[in-house]
Design a protein around this ligand. Sequence first.
Ligand SMILES: N[C@@H](CCC(=O)N[C@@H](CS)C(=O)NCC(=O)O)C(=O)O
Length: 371
Amino acid sequence: MRQGACAWPLTVYGSRISYYTGKIETYLRYRSIPYKMGHYLANRRRLKAGAGVVQMPVIELADGRWMSDTTPMLAWLDTQQDGPSIYPVDPVLNFLALLIEDYADEWLWRSAMHYRWSYRPDRQYAAEALYTELVRGVLPLPRPLALNRLKRRQLGGFVKGDGVTRRTRFHADRTYLTALDCLQAIVSSRPFLLGQAPSIADFGLMAPMFRHFSQDPTPSEIMRQRAPAVYAWVARMWNLNPALSGGDLIAEVDAPIEALLQEVCETHLVQHRQNAEAFGEGRTHFGMTVQDCRYARLPVSRYRVWCLEQLRKAWAALDGEAQARVKSHLSSPMAHILWDDTKLVPSTYDVDNAAPFNRGINVYGSGVPPR
Ligand SMILES: N[C@@H](CCC(=O)N[C@@H](CS)C(=O)NCC(=O)O)C(=O)O
């Protein structure tokens, strides 16, 4: 580790069942960066004052700085390391890995929230876990009332409020199953997505696959039955040892990665285009058709417009030869939003490029999707 003992240890404000907290902890453990967990709810005013946002995770550095948003956090943390970077040297692999991270962060989220809060045993498990870890002793609420409020907030806001209805539910289920099938095909033949070493694609996918899909009762049983190699990969990622996990990445993108990229294009990139267009028109909600499913009313996210801007910037930074290679692996017309001349209305988020040390924003409004 190169850096600044002055910045460590870190205090991570999050939860042991949180999507993005699991992603960042996987990396901190891999690099042996010392950290402790801080109480999220008891410190929410400090998080708002320090990082500008109350979301999981927010990180306080020992030198008094604050970070939010795991994507720029990982990018910054990785500049502080001596070991081989998790960002591939090959610009094509690097671009595709960033795209997979974004798909894991911003597309699989809906499906993960649906599995956790739509299914009764999963909802009960998650509400109990959040109550015990975050609420008990902090908010003066009787346990049954707290559990009910948690379930209502999450199911109303992040499932129904994020477009999962009787008509779209099959697709929120299928999104997970397709991701599992794609990943099973990849990690059955090598330890990590892009070869013998973990990359940002693996760390990104740990967000949904670890704290949600491999832990929540319903999707974890599906994972064990349908994709045991993915179950093993999750454990491998959580138990990473840099001495045992170095090695080469694939020289060329292969068919199993292309199948995953096809799914990314058909789902996540459709959502990116529709969300950015609706943002540009000043709308609060939008509809979209993904594969054979019509989502009628989804909340617009300014943060996701910024994510798309970041991907388009990464694309623009590639030279002509790398761009041609990327295009050869993203044959779907849905991929064109990454490079076509669509004029996006700027998000105006993080215009100083200070993330993760900027004033953060939530993915939706003030946290929960607005109805
Ligand atoms: N882009 C952020 C997203 C963080 C995020 O949305 N975390 C969720 C929980 S895992 C959250 O705090 N949601 C807001 C809420 O529940 O109020 C990141 O990568 O860290």
